[in-house]
Design a binder for this molecule. Sequence first.
Ligand code: ADP
Length: 259
Amino acid sequence: LSDQLAQAQKVQALGQLAGGIAHDFNNILQAVSGAATLIARRPEDLEKTRRLARTAIDAAARGASITQRLLAFAHRGELRTEMLPTAELLTCVREVLAHTLGSAITVRDTAAAVPPLIADRGQLETALVNLGTNARDAMPEGGTLTLAAAAEQVPEGGDHPAGLAPGAYVRLSVTDTGTGMEAATLARATDPFFTTKPPGQGTGLGLAMVKGFVEQSGGAMAIDSAPGAGTTVTLWLRQASEDIPCAATEDNEPIPSHD
Ligand code: ADP
């Protein structure tokens, strides 16, 4: 029965996803065909033709970006996990974001002696950049974006708020000083195709993809946000076991030797 329930939920989620895609694509096709129709009607008005062609090109680009994200979704089965040095990774992402987010936003990272983690590097970088661009969108007047990392041990028998299984994790967080989210937005933020951004600026797939990626990697995601108080998105990813500090090692496991 629980299998059937899970199956039914999957079908429902798929239906929602398909409905969202159909809706988005319909809007895009309408924009393209509307522009083409107007061009066909009065092709001699060159300036108007140029403007309409731009509209069509932009709409097509939006469609392409949705398909790309869907493909990324579909390829989730092919994670290439490796051991990644946490502090270096954050520094690298900070540099990329400092370049792309504009001078009104200060980007900091604070990951001193954090153990390495296990993840697909490309997917993790994409996820963090995604969170960074969301943060920028929430700080139109500028602000501070902080990337942080820390080790976290989830004990046996505990009830982790993000539903993490017991084990050693690296907790990554992305904090902004932006608008924050109303409770109703927060509740739906990770739903595929949920967006509060104007058409063409948001696809509503960013957080859904980040969540899917970390869960598939054996981790979890949580969002803390309130209007006016900014937002923190936290990702937990598995810690690379080679570097579990001795103190946190289970009694029955051999203590790793470093020679
Ligand atoms: P998109 O960015 O395309 O809208 P996302 O799935 O990344 O899609 O985000 C969904 C929604 O969650 C956004 O439209 C926005 O309302 C809200 N959101 C996401 N990140 C933040 C943030 N850092 N601050 C405030 N709101 C956010």
